[in-house]
Design a protein around this ligand. Structure first.
Ligand code: SF4
Length: 156
């Protein structure tokens, strides 16, 4: 199976596979075969089989924030990395989207995502950071463009 086409007459930007904790795959990989191994290699998952098409009007940090918010609500709270980590990821994204993030926040966000991914007990926590990590991987410039370049937030 292969994917193609355009989204609402706008330019295709990315496809998110695997449901709320899936990863985003950019237009460069539009012709990639859709199977378990290939999606994993591209930083996403087969997951629930969900497929969301994203057009060029979407800002990826906003998109990732929407899905981490879902995972915060879905976390059962049993283990700390998922219970606290997903909230911290959302807080970091909120700070950055508000234009108050620093370069250090970007580094911390990535580390936080990796920690939640590796230390959570079950698949929900292990996959929750996928939307953030995959969009940081393929659309990092959108996160960097949110940072406060004045340095006035460095100590906050
Ligand atoms: S990773 Fe699983 S067990 Fe841990 S809090 Fe999240 S949903 Fe619960």
């Amino acid at each position: 199976m292969r994917w193609g086409g355009r989204a609402n007459g706008r330019s295709f930007k990315a496809a998110q596979t695997g449901g709320p904790s899936g990863g985003c795959i950019p237009a460069d990989h539009l012709d990639s075969p859709v199977d378990y191994e290939n999606l994993t290699k591209l930083g996403s998952i087969m997951g629930s089989g969900g497929l969301v098409i994203i057009d060029d009007s979407t800002q990826m940090p906003d998109f990732a924030r929407f899905f981490i918010d879902f995972c915060v609500d879905e976390s059962c709270g049993k283990c700390l990395p998922c219970r606290v980590g997903t909230v911290q990821i959302r807080n970091k994204l909120d700070k950055m989207i508000a234009g108050k993030g620093t370069p250090d926040d970007l580094v911390q966000l990535e580390k936080l995502c990796q920690t939640v991914k590796t230390a959570s007990l079950c698949g929900l926590g292990k996959s929750a950071p996928n939307p953030v990590l995959s969009t940081m991987n393929y659309f990092r410039h959108e996160y960097e463009s949110l940072l406060d370049s004045s340095g006035s937030n460095d100590k906050k």
